[in-house]
Design a protein around this ligand. Structure first.
Ligand code: VNL
Length: 392
């Protein structure tokens, strides 16, 4: 009698574990399509984001809420038509639950209609023109917006004996956002704009623009160039003798990108910028992030790397919150209002706009242990995208 009970239990046990093994094999998969420029001039940006995404997966495992996470990485070569086609294929053929990446504004704008039609959440990890999140109700952003990063720069300049400024920006979405935000805020604080220069995005030659800026004799030159162009800009800045002209360099922190700052050299010492991330941001969360990122990729993270890392963090949190839902509306609604501690500091997804709310730091380039860093010295807490705030 007892023996048969034991036998029964054993048989049952075997049956249960067989069933468990079966369900593990058939474990549901959640697919994430990551589209980035991984060839062409913006390869370092794509690589930063990809490394951030992969680091988050490596440190947090690839099973969330009992589901296996599968990352599918695609290279758009910074061609908007390609980004859109890849997104379409990922949705239709691979049946991804999430689209992610988007290195530059035109790539994100081209893909927005796909997210809307397919009702697939689209996590913008890099591109930073304010209007992007308004192009689809399925877009949620973990990078930043240029107006968000720029307004504190205008405030700082106005308070620090800078009266006359020439602006020099890359001639597309984020540059025009930066120019407009700076101009309006700086003027309202009593500053004057002595010139507005726009440089083509493709293969830019900054030299003639720098000469014009110099001729206008401003107190400061406000610059936005996208990450990946700051090294070229820095080189031409020095070749034109701008570093010895007495004209200060200011701008959102794209121009002192942590990834290339040391390549730009000591001429950058003392440059003040405003941005949401510095590799030198204090605290345990960033320390661990920088160490792990450097170990994994061989280079330091910049704001693009952190955008990728947090984008994946947001996706994991949404999978947990929705128990792995595949419904785009459910997912985006779960993301609204989410908060977490990023390597950059505290962040929140604005429940209304789906843009990221974050601290903007005022930083100065300093040398520590022989290396250049953007050292934060002042914090403007939890800044929302000012363009969307103005529309309320
Ligand atoms: C964008 C904005 C791209 C800021 C960037 O680097 C950047 C964009 C490639 O929205 O296109 O630093």
């Amino acid at each position: 009698m007892l023996l048969s009970k034991i036998k029964q239990a054993l048989v049952l046990g075997v049956a249960v574990s067989a069933a468990l093994a079966g369900s593990a094999q058939a474990q549901e998969v959640i697919k994430i399509g990551l589209i980035l420029p991984l060839t062409g001039p913006f390869t370092p940006i794509g690589k930063q984001v990809e490394n951030g995404v992969k680091l988050f997966m490596a440190t947090h495992g690839s099973t969330v809420a009992g589901k296996k996470i599968e990352l599918i990485v695609k290279d758009d070569g910074n061609v908007a038509d390609t980004t859109r086609r890849l997104a379409q294929e990922l949705v239709v053929n691979d049946k991804v639950t999430y689209l992610a990446g988007f290195g530059l504004t035109p790539l994100a704008l081209a893909t927005a209609p796909i997210a809307t039609q397919a009702k697939v959440p689209m996590i913008v990890m890099a591109a930073a023109t304010a209007i992007i999140t308004e192009q689809s109700p399925f877009i949620v952003r973990t990078s930043f917006t240029l107006p968000q990063a720029t307004i504190p720069m205008a405030d700082w300049a106005a308070k620090n004996k800078i009266g006359k400024v020439v602006t020099l920006v890359s001639d597309y979405g984020p540059g025009i956002d930066a120019e407009n935000a700076f101009k309006a805020r700086f003027a309202s604080a009593g500053g004057s704009i002595a010139g507005e220069l726009r440089v083509p995005l493709a293969s830019p030659d900054f030299a003639p623009f720098l000469q014009r800026a110099r001729d206008a004799k401003p107190d400061a030159l406000f610059v936005f160039v996208p990450a990946g162009q700051s090294a070229t800009f820095g080189k031409q800045f020095v070749e034109r003798g701008m570093d010895k002209s007495g004209i200060r360099l200011i701008g959102p922190g794209d121009v002192t990108d942590d990834d290339v700052l040391n390549q730009m050299g000591d001429v950058m010492l003392g440059v003040v910028t405003t941005h949401h991330y510095s590799v030198a941001h204090p605290g345990a969360v960033n320390k661990a992030f920088v160490e792990a990122f450097t170990k994994q990729s061989g280079g330091v993270p910049n704001f693009m790397g952190v955008g990728g890392y947090d984008g994946m963090q947001l996706i994991y949190k949404a999978i947990e919150a929705t128990k792995g839902s595949a419904d785009g509306i459910t997912i985006v609604n779960a993301m609204r209002g989410m908060t977490w501690e990023s390597p950059r500091g505290p962040v929140q997804i604005d429940p209304r706009t789906r843009d990221i709310v974050q601290n903007i730091y005022v930083r100065k380039v300093e040398k520590k242990d022989g290396k250049l860093y953007n050292v934060e010295f002042s914090t403007i807490p939890m800044v929302k995208d000012p363009v969307k705030e103005a529309k309320r």
